[in-house]
Design a protein around this ligand. Sequence first.
Ligand code: SF4
Ligand code: SF4
Length: 303
Amino acid sequence: MESSISRDIVAWMADPANNALAPGLAEPAFDSPLVGCASGADPLFAWLRDDIGPDFYWTPAQALQLAFPGREMRPEAVTVIAWVLPQTARTLEAHRRCRELPSLAWSQVRHYGEMINENLRRFVVETLAGQGIAAAAPVLLPQWNRATSARYGFASCWSERHAAHACGLGTFGLSDGLITPAGKAMRVGSVVAEMVLPPTPRPYTRHDEWCLRAAGVACRSCIKRCPAGAISEAGHDKELCFNYIRNVTAPYVARELLPGIPVNSCGLCQTGTPCEHGIPKRPRKRPAGEQTGELAGQGEAAG
Ligand code: SF4
Ligand code: SF4
């Protein structure tokens, strides 16, 4: 996506004053962002609302309407701008070594990095407002809330990962993480705005196309990386994941890493996997009759 707002996002993140791993550190929290956009009239958004929760999930126009009540927002006049903030090589290296508990760097990104992501959302909204464009960050709206999806369990009114998927930035993996061109180890954000931008092409047709399993490869890397047993051939058990983070990793972070701050940090399934820092490569086609093997150990944590 090449637009002035895309360039503004990249420039804002390149400023060390905006992108520090922790207060007072010179080290960046994130690598350079990827940015994409989609039309509010893209049928995928209505499909997502109906699939996730027609009674609570927002389309882009509905989210923007909440921020600007009394002003009609036509879906075709609304654009979603989404971004991916990739973890740095240093954070990946530190986290790959962890087996059961998160690294300091990952926990710093989960805490301070998410504050950067929030500031970026505000920056985008304010930049567009300065150009006379109505814009809002759905997850920062006071109406944003968690909900229970009949189909998927824990959910919310607006999913940053699904917005990024619609904006051509990635497809879902077995662990529910979004596999992007910069990998699955990243954070996402989005803003909806009353403007028309050319949509970013979606270089996939399936929601899980970049996960190796969608290509028939019996990859088990994220299953093996999860210390809570929350990932299986059947997918991601959100409740087991939530309980592990709430009962084990968040108290650990508050006790040992960032005193007094119980950060919801884990993400072990996002590192040490073939999809960690890029779209995983499909194996060469094997001769007919030869069985497709499991990618045992590929991309596993070092040490
Ligand atoms: S580790 Fe393998 S199975 Fe898990 S999301 Fe990545 S590619 Fe898919
Ligand atoms: S975030 Fe942690 S607990 Fe949850 S699925 Fe990933 S590795 Fe397992």
